[in-house]
Design a protein around this ligand. Sequence first.
Ligand code: ADP
Length: 487
Amino acid sequence: MKTATHLEKSNIPFFHSIRFRLLLWFTAILMLVLIFFSAFVYYNQKRDIERDSLERAAIRLSGLQEDLRASLPQENGQGILPEHILDEREVLALIDSRGQIFASYGNFPEGDIVQAATQAMQNRSGHEESYEDFASWIDKNSNYRFVVKPVLGKAGETSLAVLGSPLDPNGQLNGLLTSLLLGNLFTLAIALGGGYWLADRSLRPVQAITQTARHISETDLSRRINLESKDEFGELANTFDSMLSRLQISFERQRQFVANASHELRTPLTIVNLETSRALAARRSAQEYERALRVIHSENDFMSHLVNDLLTLARMDNGQVTLKKVPLDLSDVAVDAIERLTPLASRNNVKLAIGDLPEARILGERQSLLQMVSNLIENAIKYTDGDDKKVCVEVRLVDGCAWIRVSDNGPGIAPQHLPHLFDRFYRADPARARVMDNDTDPNPDTPSGSGLGLSIIQWIAQAHGGEVLVESTLGSGSKFEVRFGAL
Ligand code: ADP
């Protein structure tokens, strides 16, 4: 994973950081798991030890059976059990039928052993099947396992023999408890250290993202996070980077747009300024005033067009233009546009020919479609030249596609300009662009435009789900075709 090398320190206090919260959760969960695991191991072991102790004590008491029988009280005296038959820490008591202890060996833990033994014998039914004549209990205070069993004396008298042995003679449970405690503490310490390191390491890309975001300003959108990682952070960083790229393009376009718009406005404003200054500098003839006024009028026209186009594009960009589409005939729109532009065509000596106009129904907004077709025809009229100037408008319906074509026999457009025609403010023929310097008068007859017309045409076409196609060869005229899905 490659991240920015010098990461600035985060301003977030440690206790508010995700790192801390992750660590807290992680530790809490680990502690819970360790506690459950340890309890499980401990109680399993305890159960095994208790079971073993019962088995051990029962077998031991059975082994002592014969010795005990011999030791049981005679008619008037007490039997004596040889001390050596008991293991170290084992305790033994013999209780006669009257409930008196008549012999005991070893240090019995405190408590009423007679009552406990009698109670155990009474409760033994169904206790431990394999030792049916036994009863057993555990003394929690002393941690002793006791087994009690009736023993038949030689004189036919039944006594109770109680044998007690330590539950866990080797201290296995204590050892296990200590090991579990130490093991858990060690695991927790390692997990805390490792968890902190891991959380810190995995969150480093976030710091890189934050740092880049902090350095981005309106004037420097060129920075990228460039996180070469295939994980979620990599995805986030890539999304962030592509968002920045889009923002950068959009800011750049905006800046270019404003610069171009100001540039476009500066020229006519300068011309108006020059014309008025020149007219006012000295007494002029009526013709000279008229010429100056015509130039100012033409520049004013140009500025109005430009401002209108700019406003239209701004509204389109802001999503303020909502089209109310209805089913309509594309040929009707073509006829309306032709009617509107026939006077302009005849003023420019352009023959406006009408080709096929079959019914071609599409879903569209009449006003914007009319603007689109009018702009196309206006361009064709504007850019044709020569003696036999001709512009043809036709509509076709082919394979569920309705298209309108405006063709002219003008100068055509060089191939290198075609990919940029729809860029804002792009003009294919600089020679035909507005010329202005201090000594040259703008020629009102020169075709002039802002370079925004085709952008607007394309926007309208796309807003109707259509596309604009251009075919043009230098010297053989141009064909602009807009295709829509027919109803
Ligand atoms: P303008 O306002 O300059 O006409 P457009 O966006 O409508 O802007 O057109 C962009 C450029 O495309 C024009 O400057 C012109 O060079 C070229 N153009 C458009 N239509 C034609 C055409 N029918 N014949 C030749 N060139 C054209």
